[in-house]
Design a protein around this ligand. Sequence first.
Ligand code: ZN
Length: 497
Amino acid sequence: MLIDLLEIPDDKFISGKNTIQYKVLKPHQVMQIDLQSPMEITKVTQSGKELEVKHNGNAHFITLKSNQNVGDINALEVHYKGKPREAIRAPWDGGFSWEKDQNGKHFIATSCQSLGASVWWPNKDHGYDEVDSMLISVTNPKGLMNVSNGRLRKLVKNDNNTVTSHWFVNNPINSYGVNVNIGDYVNFSEIHEGEKGDLDMDYWVLSYNLEKAKEHFKDALKMMKAFEHWFGPYPFYEDSFKLVEVPYLGMEHQSSVTYGNQYKKGYLGNDLSRTGWGLKFDFIIIHEAGHEWFANNITNKDVADMWIHEGFTAYSENLFLNYYYGKEASADYVIGTRANIQNDKPLIGTYNVNNRGSSDMYYKGANMLHTLRQLLKDDEKWRQILRGLNSTFYHKTVTTMEIENYISEQSGIDLTEFFNQYLRDIRIPTLEYSHQKRTLKYRWIDVVDGFDMPILIKIGADEQWIFPKAEWQTLKTPSSKMLITVDRNFYVNSKGN
Ligand SMILES: [Zn+2]
């Protein structure tokens, strides 16, 4: 795939063409391309001939003239132009951000995660459709630099006071990850001696933030070390890793993670866990870069399964802490984030209608995974599962079921009811118990059918695994005066006497 974004003048107008190369899988003569109003497709050509396009809202149906034979690799050129939607509250309500930096220079960026990439460029706008590589060519006024995904192939000075940067992405990329960032950038770099060799890490920041960034972006190398340990090799060595300053908070744009956390620790200076641990790292550097493994490497086919992106990535925040500050610190953090959980809707949304699950996909997702880590009773095995997910589903799009099945198989535990409970139900399992006459009676309530998760409790000072079900179970104890406590690492409620 090839994009030319030809000019970015002051009137917030863009024009360009997307050369789409495709392999014919079925012999259809019509191709759907998405582009959202007010952007318009001006012309589509194939082999120099103009093709007929029928427009239906944001979907455009192109009739192909030449016979489409299965296995053929063909290309067509989609020309487009317009004033793309301006971001209202990037990156959530995205589009183009046309900002100015402190020196009054252009500071422009795109973000389109929920809207879809077709808000600014024509493509097949669905999660299951990732191109295998892409050349992104952007022309902008001289004195400004564009930074997109992948590696800079060349920078060409044009006669008309513009420059064209050509960025090449050597890996499959989700369309919302494609981005354009234009500003008065300066660059600095370092090498990470990683699991797949030397990885160049490049940082693009506004000229006047250079010194600040050199100090603050030390979190990036720390992140890369910690996440390669937990998740395996960074998935895009061929494309390098970049952090790019933008005029909004940030986004997981593949191999060019965007950054706008104001050079503060935490989330704009706040600790999402309220434990103090959240101020040990820059939330945007850690979280958005965590998405390189969960979102960019392993991508949901349907946005209903977006918990795969956000649950694992929210979980990655505590693994970062685990790597540098130990297991108790990481537990404090992830448990602290439970205060953000609403339990309003299930984590999985409705399939096939562009519907996401609850925003609990972040911290309930993280706490579900933290609970799962306890069930495995083997941190090394858990780490190998996290790494195995990234190697098994390397550069793939997936469904929740594939993730569930993989973890069940690798752990040797049938997690069907566990996932049904935490992903498809809003109730928190409650351990109900009574402790009388040296007998502990216990059972699960508020659970899905068949839910039988073992749980670690303390009877007095002694730890003990118990195996509750929906029916009462009993256990003899040395004394009814001994206090029963449930291990805090399990995301459950308890109710006892
Ligand atoms: Zn995220």
